[in-house]
Design a protein around this ligand. Structure first.
Ligand SMILES: C[S@@+](CC[C@H](N)C(=O)[O-])C[C@H]1O[C@@H](n2cnc3c(N)ncnc32)[C@H](O)[C@@H]1O
Length: 322
């Protein structure tokens, strides 16, 4: 991930807004407030709408509280994990018109060296989106058994040299505790061939893997999809933007498992159409399209971070969801 020092640019904003189609007096949840790009757009698009805005990062919530001054009681900041949205807002279950999730970290988090997300900036090896809870990346690299470390690097970073890197980490920590991003990046680089000019830095995959592990990002995404389905009212929209295949697969599978299987229905048979509609209504989600929405060329040209983004959209039906 490249530090940018630019404000966070919302990705696929046009497409998310088109999917959500915010209505005046609608009630929405932004599960990943970040810099508030999505939140602001919804509040502006639908004049009397109300938006609950969640983030696990206390500094994002501070930004939300400042923004709330412009929107009064229409913007309600909530600090916590989107995977818990149904327990954070129990009174709103089944009453929400749309939920947005924009997975991953914000530019502000990457750019702040002290948060420890970027190997291109030396800082404390932390990587927690909520610095007040859970174990930091330094805790993991200094304490996990070698095999568990290798597993994390392989599963979440798709790092083929995971065992070699884990070995180097364990050898290095016996000499000296690993406390900074620069220290860890240097150790990882000793396990891999030097960076070629046309390739990503060899430390990229391992840093991604540790960040995912520290924040239990894939577990959170699974819980978040289920929690969002519980929050939506029939007809409500769930829009999820992901940035790598591990995340996109979770969304794709969740949507597939909770919507009607695709079948061919004759345009001419009213009976087949009625049967297909009844089947569709017995699943908690409806899918208009099975392929993800990807950014247009103008967006990727203006914001390289958007290149790997995928948006998937589902609509809540009236079928029960556990
Ligand atoms: C990519 S940014 C969102 C940017 C936002 N859409 C915007 O337009 O500014 C992701 C944000 O989600 C937050 N986040 C990530 N995972 C979270 C989770 N499980 N629960 C709550 N917030 C989360 C991060 O702290 C970060 O602020």
């Amino acid at each position: 991930m490249i530090p940018t020092d630019t404000p966070h640019i919302p990705v696929l904003l046009r497409e998310v807004l088109a999917a959500l189609a915010p209505q005046p007096s609608g009630v929405y949840i932004d599960g990943t407030f970040g810099a508030g790009g999505y939140s602001r757009a919804v509040l502006e698009a639908a004049p009397d709408s109300v938006l609950y805005t969640i983030d696990r990062d206390p500094s994002a919530i501070k930004t939300a509280e400042i923004l709330a001054k412009d929107y009064g009681s229409r913007l309600i900041p909530v600090q916590g994990c989107f995977g818990d949205m149904d327990t954070l807002l129990p009174e709103m279950r089944g009453k929400i018109d749309g939920v947005m999730l924009d997975i991953g970290v914000s530019s502000m988090q990457i750019d702040d060296a002290e948060r420890g997300f970027s190997f291109q900036r030396d800082g404390a090896l932390d990587m927690r989106m909520d610095p007040e809870s859970g174990q930091s990346a330094a805790d993991l690299v200094n304490t996990l058994p070698e095999e568990e470390l290798a597993d994390i690097l392989y599963r979440y970073g798709e790092e083929r040299k995971s065992r070699r890197i884990a070995q180097k980490i364990v050898a290095a920590r016996q000499e000296e505790k690993i406390t900074t991003t620069a220290q860890l990046a240097a150790i990882i680089r000793t396990a891999l061939p030097p960076k070629r000019p046309d390739r990503i830095d060899p430390a990229t995959r391992s840093f991604q893997a540790l960040r995912i592990a520290v924040n239990d990002e894939l577990g959170e995404l699974e819980r978040g999809l289920a929690a969002a389905t519980r929050m939506l009212k029939p007809g409500g929209i769930l829009a999820v933007v992901t940035f790598h295949s591990l995340e996109d697969r979770i969304v794709k599978n969740f949507f597939r498992d909770h919507s009607a299987p695709k079948t061919h229905v004759s345009r001419y048979s009213k009976t087949e159409q009625a049967a297909a509609q009844a089947t569709e209504e017995s699943f908690p989600l409806r899918l208009d399209m099975r392929k993800p929405v990807t950014p247009e060329k103008d967006e990727t040209a203006a914001n390289p971070r958007a290149r790997s983004a995928r948006l998937r959209i589902a609509q809540r039906s009236s079928a029960p969801f556990p």
